[in-house]
Structure formats: C-alpha cells, structure tokens
Design a protein. Structure first.
Lengths: 112, 675
C-alpha cells in the first residue's frame, strides 16, 4: 500500500557535492529567472560557517515543513516590485521567500 | 448531557475559522491563551442525537504548518491535543493544497490524536483539476474523512455525525502511519527505551522518538530529566548516526522526507491531479496585483481606500457620538445645576465613557476592512510588495506596514492591526513604534501652535513633524532589533494563499467580537483612569475643575521644572501635557481653559506667545508628537499583549525618547542662536 521510495541518495549527493560553477543546470533558487522551475537538490548547510546557527537551522526546518524537500519541484513565479521577496511555487501552492533565504536552496533546472 | 472538548487544527488559510463560525455562530468568544499573546477562540454547539444531548466545546487552535513546539502557536496546539481533557481533533484540510496540508495531518497522527479530517475547499480543488477520493483516503489513513464546504455550510452535519461517532469510538490514528526509509525499526529501537520510563508516556513513545530525531529542544530537555535518559539518548544518537551513514542527510531531513514519502504514497493512490499545474484565477490576478509596475500603485491605492474607509466613514459617526454626549452633559448640568455630582457625571463618567465609545466606529470599521483584506488573501500580497522597504529600512516584516499606516489616523486601530503579524517579536516592535506615527488627535495641537508661531510655514512645519515621527520610529525599531529583540529574526516565509471571496458572516462575527472585546476590556481601563483624573482635578474641594489649584494643577506645577531644559517649564504646558495623557485632543482645550480664552481667535495666539517662543513651541510640538500613548492606546496594548508589561514599557520608551529629542532640539536650537 504505502510504497518505499528509493532511498539511496548518496549518488545524488556526490553528483552535486562539488557544485561545478559552469554546470549551468545547477543554480541557487535566487538565480532562477522568472518562470523557470526545477527540482530541489540540496540546502546549503553552512556547516561551520557563521551561518550554521539556530535561525538558519530553524529556517530549514520551517521550509521543509512547507514542502521544500529534496526532489520537490520548485518554480520561481515572480519577483516583488521592489526586487525582493520572491514568489515561489512548491507542492502546488505559492510562497514568498526573501532572496537572502532563497540563496540557501540549490536547484537543478528542469528541461523545458 | 455529554460535553465534548474539540480542537480545530489545520494550516493557516484553510477555512478553519469559517468552519468554527458555522459551528458556533454567536456562541463564541475571543480571548487569549492563558499567559500568552496568542488569540484563542472558543465556542459551543449544542445538538441532540439519538435522544442524547451533546454540547460541543470547540476551540479554534492557531493555524500551524508544523508541530515542532518551537513557536507559541505550536506549543498551544500540542498542549491541547495532548491534554487529557480534550476529546478529539477536527483537522481541516484545504483540498487544493493537499500535500502541504497533509504534512500537519501526519504529525497529528504521530501524536495519536483522536482525529477526523474535514476536507474543505473542494470547489477550489476541482478548479485546479484535483480529484480526491475521500473514501480511499480514509481507508489508507485509518481516519474518517468528511467532505465539507465551510463557506457554503455544506457537509457540516455529516462532520458532526462523525464527531459523535469518534467520541463514542475513539481511534488510534497512528496505526496506519508507516514511514519507510528504515525509520520504522529505528523509531522502535528508541521507543523501547522510552517505554521503560512511564513518566514519559503521557505522549506516544514513537512521537517522543520522532521529536528526539528532530532535535526538538523541549522534548530533548524532557527526556534528559528522565530516569532512563542515558539509554534513550544513546539510542537516539545511534539512530541519527546510522541515518546519516545511509542517507548522507541529518535525521531531521530524513524525517521530513519520510513524511512526504508517506504523503506521496497517499497522493498516488487517492488523488488525481493534472500533469502540469494550470494557472488558476489567483495566478491571473497576481499578475496584475504584484506586477512590477502596477504592484505598488495598486497597493497604495488599496491602503488609501482602507484608510479613508476607516477614518472618513467613522468620523461623522464619531461626531454624532460626541454631540450626543455634549447634549447629555448639558442636560445634566441644566437639570442638576453646578455641583460636585454634576461634575462627576459630566466630566468624569461621560468624559470617560464618551472617550471609550468614540472609538467604537473606528474599531468596527477597521476590523471589517482588515478581515476583508486578510480573508480575501490580499493582505499577504500587501506584505509581499512592501517587505523590502520594511525589512531593509526597519528590520521588520512587510505586514508591519499596515499598522503603521493606520497609526497616522489613530493608534488604537494601528495597535489592533498588529494581530496580523505572526511573529511575536515583530508584533511587539511594531506596537512600540506605532505611537510615533503622528495620530490625528495631535493635529489640533499642531494647528494651534503653527498658527501662532509659524504662520507662513504651517504646512511645512507640520510635515516636518510627521517626518520626524517616522524617522524616530525607524531608529527605535532598529535599536530594539539590535538589543531587546536581538537575534530573534524569524525567516520571512509567508504563504500567498489563493484569492477567496471572504465569507460575510465570518467577517461580521469577527468584527463584532473584536468590538465587544474592546468595549469590555479597554473600556474598563479607560473609564477607571478617567475617573482617577477627574478625582485629581476636582480636589481640593471647591476648586475649579482642572485649575492650577487642583491636585492635577499642583502636580503639573510641581513637575514643570523638568520641562525647563526643553523650553516650556511653565505650569500651563505641564498641566496640558498631563491631561494630554488622557487624550491628545484635550491639550488644546486645556490651554484654552487655563488661559480663560476662547480656543479660536487671536486671544489664544497672544496668550501662547506670552509663554512660548518659536523654538520652544517647536520643541513642545515634538514632545507632544513623541510622548506617551493616550489612555485608549495604553488600554489596547494591554489587551493585545495580555499584560501590563508592554504598555508600561511603551510609556517609558516614548517618554524617554520624547524628552531626549525635544531636549536636543531646544538646546541645539539655543546653541545655534535660534531661541
């Protein structure tokens, strides 16, 4: 009844571990152009850096509860008139996210 | 008669409140959760079934996306669900947002709640070409599912039938919740250790295990105090390491994936959705409303409309109320003659009560407007458009803009509008700076002083005061964000819900509730304080009301030296400021009665010029701009924050800021030779 989804994610991670700057299908969420969409590949954990603090972990938890999980389809619908925040579509609904928070999300652009 | 205690749980914007209103109608009241600033709506619904009378005691829990016990709203919900005295939970789900809504549902199932799902907004779902097989869903979840359309009052009776069933035959909703990703066995490993300590078993062991894997601070702390702490925490640690080794992700991510994995399974079997999401009405409207060019003009237009509606419409009604009380006051004076009793009735009671009632039109209309904006979904777009300004400039949320705009009319609705802010720290910071927005009650003061001292530049001077208020507000907000509220910025992650036509019934009920709350609570405080002021102004016996010889006058005279460095250390300004605490409009009338001149006409200007210079006049206006919120604002803050702490802090902050800024202006001006 409830199927087990493939759970060996190690392959996926290795593929993106050294984010190749000139692999132009891998982008940060805030780098997407209007209307582009893709699948979430990873979150920057900021391990060890000054960003690896409670608010950032909180943000990640909050985003996960809102549907931002690896493999989820995500689309940049629009940008606010003043340039920030971004309007994102995930799991079928719209959400506003600031650029500085969108930077943490890495997306693999879908072909189309 | 059987009483059932029921909680309504669900994401924000799913129609929970609409359902609540349908179920409870006028039998509801709004308050706060004990000791917290979160609003609590509670109501009752009576029915008879199978010859038995039931009273459903329904609590509208705060909207949650998650049950991680991090925010007050989540804690309140978890506490209710876990509480022995609660009988069941109705989980309201927005069918058009199925997947994300289910994330909360699975967490309710983790808690083993006695659960029924109310599948709402099926109309929207169908427009998006979603089809949900509720029978299949119910089978898969092991939880009853009832289709409703809260706004149309459809399916409510079915829901109530199911509720009665559940009350008589409670279920264990966690039975069919099976997580893949190897979690089932791992959770069991931890649960086994937890079960050894009966004190931890007030909640399902598996739930505690899940929380440990989620690094939940509250639960981890609870476990640390357990007698089996070492074994439990070691088991959890081992599992976390194992998960990391297999999945190369931390346990929190594994859990989130597991939940969505379960949900994906549900979707595959019970939900039919189109291959590509179609753009719906909401997307089309947003193309215009959040448009790069039109977005801000539309926003300003709607703000202007909201402001006008709130103040322009309520103003004539307020005048009517004021006139009514004037007439009443005159009638009493004529009937009873001049006496202590007359003064008590007219100056004390009518003054006090009138001072409260005069706000009612503003509040009712404000809440009507705010409810329409919020329920329709526009409020989120307003915050979306203005967020950059609020965030970069003031460190606040886009939603803080509206309370501040309203504050230009009156602080009371401005403070009440902060209820739309989800984050408590943002809410408090906004509340603290709204009083710096120059409210309309201060205008008579500006008009008087600029006419007397800045006749050629009235407009410019008044504008400078408004601007100064905004600048001070921004600075104070920045200071607070760096000190008291430091490091507590929550991420700006705000859902943009679909546009909906607000339910008129819901809006009216909500508006009425708010108005009544204001009347009862703020009203009591304002009345009490007004009576105190009356007493101080009428003693010693035989003194002319509010004159220099009265207690108020004596207090004013006593404190007047404090204002000397600000340029207005005389007794008249001091007394005027004291009365201004009651309401800012009173400042002008106080001056006129103290000088015994009419408020209009040149007599006033001459009298003012005897006490003030242009520089000290400006410094005085600045003080009036910034000092102490009026009684009504004070009372409203007490209501909204559910305590005296923050209103008192607001009083202190505004007094200090007012004093410092006036001081700088006066002394600076003297140094520059402007005095």
């Amino acid at each position: 009844m409830v199927k087990e989804l493939p759970h060996n994610k190690k392959d996926l991670h290795h593929e993106h571990q050294h984010l190749i700057p000139n692999d132009n299908r891998i982008k940060r969420l805030d780098e997407l152009k209007q209307g582009q969409h893709g699948k979430i590949v990873s979150f920057h954990d900021h391990n060890g850096s000054k960003h690896a603090d409670e608010p950032h972990r909180e943000l990640k938890r909050h985003l996960m509860s809102m549907g931002f999980v690896k493999g989820a389809d995500i689309k940049l619908v629009d940008v606010a008139p003043l340039g920030d925040p971004l309007k994102i579509k995930v799991k079928g609904y719209d959400i506003a996210l600031r650029k500085e928070e969108a930077e943490d999300i890495v997306v693999e652009l879908s072909e189309d | 008669m059987e009483t059932l205690r029921i909680g309504l749980a669900g994401n924000p914007n799913v129609g929970k409140s609409t359902l609540f209103n349908e179920l409870t109608g006028m039998h509801q009241h709004v308050g706060n959760w004990p000791g917290k600033t979160v609003e609590k709506s509670e109501g009752t619904h009576r029915l008879e079934k199978n010859g038995k009378v039931y009273e459903l005691d329904i609590v509208d829990l705060p909207g949650n996306y998650n049950l991680s016990a991090k925010t007050i709203e989540e804690k309140v919900s978890i506490d209710f669900i876990v509480d022995e005295s609660s009988d069941l939970i109705i989980n309201v789900i927005d069918a058009s947002n199925f997947e994300r809504n289910m994330f909360l549902t699975v967490q309710l199932m983790e808690l083993d709640a006695n659960l029924v799902i109310a599948l709402n907004m099926n109309k929207f779902a169908r427009k998006k070409e979603y089809e949900i097989d509720s029978k299949k869903l119910s089978e898969l979840l092991g939880v009853p599912v009832v289709e409703i359309e809260a706004t149309d009052n459809v399916g409510i009776n079915n829901l109530i039938d199911e509720v009665i069933n559940l009350a008589d035959n409670p279920i264990n909703s966690s039975e069919k919740l099976v997580y893949g990703y190897e979690l089932k066995d791992h959770l069991q490993e931890i649960a086994v250790e937890i079960e050894k300590d009966s004190e931890l078993m007030d909640v399902p062991a598996r739930w505690t295990a899940i929380k440990l894997l989620e690094n939940d601070e509250v639960i981890t702390g609870k476990v640390q105090n357990s007698k089996n702490a070492a074994d439990i925490l070691q088991a959890a640690k081992d599992v976390k390491k194992h998960l990391r080794d297999i999945f190369d992700e931390n346990s929190e991510e594994v859990l989130a994936n597991a939940r969505y994995g379960f949900i994906d399974g549900l979707v595959k079997e019970a939900v039919d959705k189109p291959a590509v999401e179609k753009p719906d009405m909401t997307d089309k409207i947003d193309k215009i409303v959040t448009n790069r060019i039109l977005g801000i003009p539309i926003f300003l237009g709607i703000m202007f409309l909201a402001f006008q509606l709130t103040f322009a419409v309520s103003s004539p009604i307020q005048d009517l109320i004021t006139s009514f009380f004037d007439i009443l006051g005159s009638w009493i004076t004529v009937s009873l003659g001049h006496s202590w009793l007359t003064s008590f009735l007219v100056d004390g009671i009518i003054g006090g009560v009138g001072g409260v009632l005069v706000f009612l039109p503003v509040i009712f209309i404000l809440f009507f407007v705010l409810s329409v904006l919020e329920d329709s979904g526009y409020l989120a777009r307003a915050a979306f458009v203005m967020d950059r300004v609020m965030h970069k400039l003031v460190g606040l949320h886009g939603k803080s803009f509206i309370p501040m705009v309203l504050g230009f009319g009156c602080c009371v609705p401005g403070i009440m509008a902060t209820c739309t802010l989800d984050n408590e720290k943002d809410r408090l910071t906004t509340m603290l700076i709204v009083p710096f927005m120059s409210c309309s009650a201060r205008l008579p003061v500006y008009a008087l002083f600029t006419a007397a001292f800045f006749t050629a530049y009235q407009g410019e001077v008044i504008f400078s005061l408004y601007l100064l208020g905004i600048i001070v507000a921004i600075l104070v907000a920045l200071i607070f964000k760096r000190t008291v509220f430091k490091g507590l910025s929550t991420p700006f992650v705000m859902e943009l819900p679909s546009y909906k036509l607000p339910s008129l019934k819901g809006v009216l009920i909500h508006t009425w509730e708010r108005g009544v709350v204001f009347l009862k609570k703020a009203g009591t405080i304002i009345l009490a304080l007004s009576v105190v002021v009356w007493v101080l102004s009428s003693l010693p016996v035989g003194v002319s009301y509010g004159a220099k010889a009265s207690l108020t006058g004596q207090i004013g005279t006593f404190i007047s030296p404090i204002f000397a460095p600000l340029g207005f250390g005389q007794w008249q300004p001091s007394i005027a400021l004291l009365f201004g605490v009651l309401a800012k409009e009173v400042i002008v009338s106080t001056f006129s009665s103290l000088f015994s001149v009419a408020q209009t006409g040149s007599g006033m200007a001459v009298a003012m010029q005897g006490i003030f210079t242009p520089l000290s006049a400006y410094s005085f206006m600045v003080f009036v701009l910034l000092y102490m919120p009026c009684f009504a604002t004070f009372a409203t803050m007490k209501n909204e924050t559910n305590g005296w702490k923050w209103p008192i802090i607001s009083v202190c902050v505004t007094l200090v800021v007012a004093y410092l800024v006036s001081l700088v202006i006066y002394q600076g001006g003297m140094l520059l030779g402007l005095g």
